[in-house]
Write a protein of this length. Structure first.
Length: 799
């Protein structure tokens, strides 16, 4: 037994329980007698949000300026583990300088649907890519003595009703798609902390889930660090302690402490579970404190000072590395002497991060128009084209844009999603750009065919006009240096290094669309494994731009791939040569296809990738390693990964839709006699399971949706309108919450934050109000209230 475990175990139970929840919104309680300091946690993921005044988890209150790096979708498009590690180091250094011990990131939920409200904050639709990029980020952060905290375990793939939404997903899909990235990050990078999610999975809140937290995360994967709840996510604190969810954040003002103490007294909760959780909180607090002190004292890693200029430069490099050249007829890169028309308000009012808990106050902000003006020697004129806030355009604005476009050699049109479209807590209704942006692009392209479109958005959009402009650059939400990075890329001072880490669909015909975004307490993942490119390649429904796609300014040649090794331990090597005139980077992708399988499998799955940076004329051989897991699928009946013997194709590709060479190998494995549960997946031609198919995947009937009545502490505020008394309570809760929000939002509130807070109030479960009341609300009182409010039902309304 460790010394700290012994010391914590000797504390009175109440003192141990105190360690299980925050001291306030962002920190843990210290234990001065044991020399255990308080530990500060902060968002994350792409910059440090260290709040100075009022605390909140929506990005409302002010925070100390910090480098705003590109958001996850842009970083992931770099497919560059070294870059992710470097950004992690910079974030770790800034966190430490701000006195932060735990950085709440990376966000690594799978982008199940391209309209997910937090897709900008997540890495990819593919678990192998997410897991490996996240691992590099975690290693970077932790090399600075700061804990990284991958989030949100697991299946937090939509925002609608996120605090009460029950994800119904079959075990095989959970293992192969939604847990896989977390498994990779835990096994390879050993994060010191993990955050559970707000939602339920198959009927259990993730933080209460003994199987998820205890058996899978800690038992199978060996996570020995902290497990922290998402902010205000606690459902049943006793169950969560039993599961091994150590820390409740933020402080609930002791609202749950009594319950934990009573459960120990009643013999319902083993006191060692309390000691285990308290020990892990104390251990991490001491570890992060000691790491910071060691560095401060000059022992390791410098003095903790932050070089803002260097970090800004890194942010600029990262934004260019994550920007994806979707099309180009040779118009890009621009010659500096080109006469250009800069069209679009986003050129002046940049979209560079999304709204919500990840929102940071940047140390500086580069504006694309100014960067372009500085870099170009030809005539530069500009016009807004639309309103930056609403995204709407008047006829006059569009006319001015087309006039300018006609007179320029190259019009550069900035379009994308207005800030209100990309916020935590709110899914998008569709993938459309504002209509005026589509109109603007069409009008400008009609006026001048040499138009270059720069897209500023954190997640996929519908690009119905893809073949009209001369070039399209997906610049994503590029962080504080996004503006100068765009200028760098347009002029060829940097190459557009990105390849899409997510599919851009051509229409809304993809299977997760059938079960997404409803204001419902249950979401059924009937598409199973068919997420993103797994669907597009299996169903042969082409995406507009495929996962892995992206062009370069230079040209590359690949030699025939070479295979070495035996059994499942194989390596595939490819020599890549830069045959063009410019330096550039290329990405080799390796997919695995099971040629004949007794279990249903996607047509191809990513199993390796390698990024190379090459000067003109240079060549490099990249090697990608495969192992047993590259070929395995999860056998639910036997609860283990299995490789079925037989032929597999190893597909060396430029994107999920652009295969260059295929090597077929005979892989040793097991004979699968009887198809295990979940093996069939949705029907062969339909990618959304029927109820019968879904039940066979689940191995049990689809559970009923929890009815609205009777109310419970998990009733959300807007559901209270099902009874007369409930409606009165709903109005009262809204009024109180609104008053609090107004005080925080100030006299001239940001409309995005107003919308976000309104949505948060509507969808907050009653227990969340207790958790966030800082001790003024009591769970018992709210439970009593729900019984009372359940009476006087309104006929004909929700039930
Ligand atoms: C988000 C987390 C975040 C936390 C603290 C929550 O609303 O889901 O990702 O780390 O707030 O701000």
């Amino acid at each position: 037994m460790s010394e700290i475990r012994r010391q914590i175990g000797e504390l009175p139970l109440e003192a141990q329980i105190e360690l299980l929840s925050g001291r306030d919104f962002w920190s843990t309680p210290p234990v001065p007698d044991l020399g255990i300091p308080s530990m500060t946690l902060a968002d994350g993921p792409h910059g440090i949000r260290r709040q100075r005044g009022d605390a909140d988890h929506l990005g409302i209150g002010d925070s100390v300026p910090a480098t705003c790096f590109p958001t996850a979708s842009c970083l992931a498009a770099s497919w560059d583990v070294d870059l992710l590690r470097e950004v992690g180091v910079a974030l770790g250094r800034e966190a430490r300088a701000a006195g932060v011990g735990v950085l709440l990131g990376p966000g690594m939920n799978i982008k199940r649907h391209p309209a997910g409200g937090r897709d900008f904050e997540y890495l990819s639709e593919d678990p192998w890519l997410s897991g490996n990029l996240a691992a590099a980020y975690v290693e970077g952060v932790q090399s600075e003595g700061v804990a990284a905290c991958p989030k949100h375990l697991v299946a937090n793939n939509h925002e609608t009703y996120r605090m009460v939404s029950d994800v119904i997903v079959d075990e095989r899909t959970l293992r192969e798609i939604y847990l896989r990235g977390f498994e990779i990050v835990v096994r390879t990078a050993r994060p010191w902390a993990i955050m559970t999610s707000y939602n339920l999975v198959n009927g259990t809140y993730t933080s209460d889930d003994e199987r998820l937290v205890g058996e899978i995360l800690r038992g199978e994967w060996g996570h020995d660090g902290l497990v922290v709840t998402d902010w205000g996510a606690v459902n049943d604190r006793v169950a969560a302690v039993r599961a091994g969810t150590d820390l409740e954040m933020p402080s609930s003002g002791g609202a749950h402490d009594g319950l934990v103490a009573d459960a120990v007294d009643d013999g319902e909760l083993d006191p060692t579970a309390v000691t285990d959780c308290a020990t892990r909180v104390a251990e991490l607090a001491r570890r992060t404190h000691d790491e910071a002190r060691r560095r401060r004292d000059g022992g390791v890693g410098g003095d903790g000072g932050v070089d803002e200029v260097a970090h800004h430069r890194l942010a600029r490099r990262a934004a260019a590395a994550g920007s994806v050249l979707l099309t180009n007829d040779g118009t890009l890169p621009l010659d500096p002497g080109t006469d250009v028309a800069i069209i679009g308000a986003f050129a002046d009012t940049p979209r560079y991060q999304g709204a919500g808990s990840s929102q940071v106050v940047p140390t500086r902000l580069d504006v694309a128009r100014r960067s372009l003006e500085d870099a170009l020697t030809g005539r530069v004129r500009s016009t807004p084209g639309y309103d930056a806030g609403t995204g709407e355009a008047t006829t006059e604005q569009i006319r001015q844009a087309t006039d300018l476009a006609r007179e320029a050699e190259v019009p550069i049109v900035f379009v994308g999603l207005p800030a209100s479209h990309e916020a935590e807590g709110i899914d998008r209704g569709d993938l459309a750009l504002p209509r005026s942006h589509d109109d603007l692009v069409s009008a400008v392209c009609a006026a001048n065919p040499r138009t270059v479109v720069v897209l500023c958005n954190g997640a996929p959009v519908m690009i119905s006009w893809a073949d009209r402009p001369a070039a399209i650059l997906e610049a994503y939400l590029g962080g504080q240096a996004g503006g100068s990075a765009i200028a760098d890329v347009l002029l060829g001072r940097s190459e557009p290094g990105g390849r899409l880490a997510e599919s851009f669909p051509a229409s809304m015909v993809f299977p997760s669309e059938e079960n997404f975004g409803e204001r419902s307490r249950q979401v059924q993942y009937r598409e199973g494994l068919h997420v993103g490119y797994r669907f597009h390649t299996t169903a042969a429904v082409a995406a507009r731009f495929a996962f892995g796609h992206g062009l370069s300014y230079t040209t590359f040649e690949w030699d025939e791939p070479r295979l070495e090794g035996s059994g499942t331990d194989l390596t595939v090597s490819v020599t890549v040569r830069n045959t063009g005139e410019r330096p550039g980077s290329d990405l080799v992708q390796l997919y695995v296809r099971d040629v004949v399988s007794s279990v249903h499998r996607p047509e191809r799955e990513l199993a390796g990738f390698a990024k190379v940076h090459l000067e003109p004329g240079d060549a490099e051989t990249v090697t990608m390693a495969l192992d047993e897991r590259s070929f395995a699928s999860y056998d639910v009946d036997e609860a283990r990964w299995r490789v079925e013997e037989g032929e597999f194709d190893l597909i060396v590709a430029r994107s999920s839709a652009d295969e260059r060479s295929t090597l077929t190998v005979e892989v040793p494995g097991e004979m699968i006699q009887r198809a295990p549960r979940g093996a069939r997946g949705p029907g062969r031609d339909r990618f959304v399971a029927t109820t019968a198919e879904f039940e066979s995947m689940l191995g049990h009937p689809v559970p009923p949706v929890t009815p609205v009545l009777p109310f419970t502490i998990n009733t959300v505020v807007e559901e209270l309108d099902a009874t007369r008394l409930g409606r009165i309570a709903e109005r009262a809760f809204r009024a109180i919450a609104r008053r609090q929000m107004e005080a925080m939002l100030g006299a001239d509130p940001d409309p995005v934050l107003v919308r976000l807070s309104e949505r948060m109030i509507s969808e907050a479960p009653l227990r969340f109000l207790v958790s966030m009341s800082g001790g003024s609300g009591s769970l018992a009182a709210f439970e009593g209230l729900t019984t009372l409010l359940s009476t006087l039902r309104i006929t004909g309304r929700r039930s």
